[in-house]
Design a binder for this molecule. Sequence first.
Ligand code: HEC
Ligand code: HEC
Length: 226
Amino acid sequence: MREKRSEPAFANMRTEAVLPCHDTGSKGLKMKKRPLFLAFFLSLASAGALAMSADERVATQCATCHGDKGQSVSPLFPSLAGQNPEYMVKQLNDFKSGKRNSETMTPQVAELTQEEIAALAAWFAAQPTKQHRVGDEDLLAVGRYIYRKGNSWSGVPACADCHGADGHGTTTLPRLAGQNSRYLLTQLKEFNQRTRTNDNQAMHLVASRLTEMEAKAVADYLSQMP
Ligand code: HEC
Ligand code: HEC
């Protein structure tokens, strides 16, 4: 039930979480008298940011939303623990280039180097995954059917064909097992409406054929997969 009213909380979280990262710490410096000193200070500050290890970067930035071990703090954000690193590298670069639109993630990746992106992806991939508990056994059964067999009456392909029987994906396909149901549902909606802008060809077709009930059922089913 908590999930139904979480839109405003998400909006608040975005602004709160994005702002602190851009504090350059320049308060108190006499800007007029010491422009060179300030420039030097700022270049040091940004060099420091570039050299940040994955541990530090996660702790000071990503953890705000994705959690300190890759289990997200809200069901609206994806958990990244155990996610396939190649897939994550691609998504982070797609956020960087604007190929995947996200007001929230665009500023998060702006200053990341390729080395940092690879290190962050490897860091999150190595974190332990988690299963969610789902109460409705009947809905789970529908989700399992859709996942394994699709819906041949309406032309939904089996998710397992691409995402794998265990939902762990491949190097190019995301792991879905253990992901937050709410995040999965949002992504399915976004693929359908084409607001998830990168590589949505396969998923647009899939999502456009799912009923609301099937989408919810398969998302719940995935969230409890190990
Ligand atoms: C302010 C909250 C916030 C912060 C901080 C944040 N993220 Fe995200 N992240 C999101 C949201 C929201 C999405 C989903 C974006 C969408 O689809 O619109 C996301 C998506 C992602 C994805 C794609 C996951 C998938 O399954 O496709 C990756 C990878 C990611 N973030 C990595 C990071 C990394 C690395 C950091 C730190 C450098 C970070 N994020 C910081 C909120 C955040
Ligand atoms: C024809 C292959 C194919 C089939 C079938 C397929 N998918 Fe996908 N799916 C993809 C690809 C490719 C991506 C990654 C897109 C990208 O790289 O941005 C993806 C991404 C996703 C994502 C985004 C995950 C994330 O972490 O952001 C979700 C959710 C998803 N699929 C759910 C499903 C469900 C549910 C089904 C079955 C109803 C399904 N997919 C069937 C190919 C497929």
